[in-house]
Design a protein. Structure first.
Length: 116
């Protein structure tokens, strides 16, 4: 008997309300990340089907990439995972940077850079 070790669920609720098991997740060779696949991986991690480290290893994701998916779902729901939606924010950020560059103004500095 193992003490202090939680048992993983066999299934979790997927992004569209369906039961999701490890066998239902995208293949580990996936390179085309559509909304559904991203959401399934996030649901699997959030539900305890796999750990964050396992997901990143299995799908060759950076921690930042996975966290961006998770934060986007939390903030904007599944439509936020669309590339065109994210591109809109990148475009706005670039435009803001160009305005700063043209005006000669400096972007705000991080008040505590050594905490990161």
């Amino acid at each position: 008997m193992e003490i202090g070790r939680q048992r993983r669920p066999e299934r979790v609720i997927g992004p569209f309300g369906e039961a999701l098991s490890l066998n239902d997740l995208p293949k580990n060779s996936t390179t085309r990340w559509v909304i559904r696949r991203k959401a399934e991986v996030v649901a699997a991690v959030n539900g305890g089907l796999m750990s964050l480290e396992e997901a990143c290893d299995r799908y060759d994701l950076s921690l930042e990439e996975f966290i961006s998916w998770q934060e986007t779902i939390d903030k904007s729901g599944l439509p936020g995972l669309r590339i065109s939606y994210l591109s809109q924010y990148r475009t706005q950020g670039r435009a803001r940077q160009e305005r700063l560059d043209q005006s000669g103004a400096q972007p705000p500095q991080d008040p505590s850079p050594d905490l990161h």
